[in-house]
Write a protein that binds this ligand. Structure first.
Ligand code: HEC
Length: 152
């Protein structure tokens, strides 16, 4: 019993290590793709609904928010923004991230907390979605303003 359990735990640890290594293999590509997916759900679905470029649909809005939550939660700053990934891969990450890692992590947590906190608004109606977009958008902007470089 104990041996089986230990073996099982060891296998889990090995699997976790393998996936962490796989992620760390290309942290810049991974964080860009993750941000792109977050931006796609936000700009491509939620903002369009608020602007009236797409009809409001509670289920679709909630699905877009779920995508954002899952993608945001998948970001482990220590892995995707590991030391040594400040340059290369056409990254727009600002050096400020590594000068103020605590501030950057706080900005990440703010987004991760705000997304699920806005679920009720997102699923309510177009007016609720508008409130949610404003609240969520603030968390993107405040991080980008400080921790992302302007790209031309
Ligand atoms: C805690 C900081 C932080 C938060 C919060 C944040 N971002 Fe980002 N975002 C970044 C950084 C840093 C980059 C640049 C990554 C790179 O190029 O390596 C980025 C890049 C992007 C990109 C460009 C991806 C590409 O194609 O290269 C998009 C789109 C984006 N973010 C959308 C969003 C949206 C939408 C939100 C809010 C819902 C958001 N971000 C919240 C830090 C953040």
């Amino acid at each position: 019993m104990i041996v089986t359990r230990t073996g099982f735990v060891a296998a889990l640890v090995a699997a976790a290590l393998t996936s962490a290594t796989a992620l760390a293999a290309d942290p810049i590509e991974t964080r860009k793709a993750t941000m792109k997916a977050i931006g796609g759900a936000f700009g491509g679905v939620l903002v369009k609904m608020v602007k009236g470029e797409k009809p409001y649909d509670a289920k679709e809005a909630e699905a877009a928010l779920d995508t954002m939550i899952a993608k945001a939660d998948s970001i482990d700053v220590d892995v995707l923004f590991a030391k040594g990934t400040a340059t290369g891969g056409d990254t727009a990450a600002a050096p400020k991230i590594w000068e103020d890692l605590a501030g950057f992590k706080a900005a990440m947590s703010k987004m991760k907390d705000t997304l699920p906190a806005q679920a009720a608004n997102v699923g309510k109606d177009a007016a609720g979605l508008k409130v949610a977009i404003a609240e969520i958008g603030k968390t993107c902007k405040s991080c980008h303003d400080t921790y992302r470089l302007e790209k031309n």
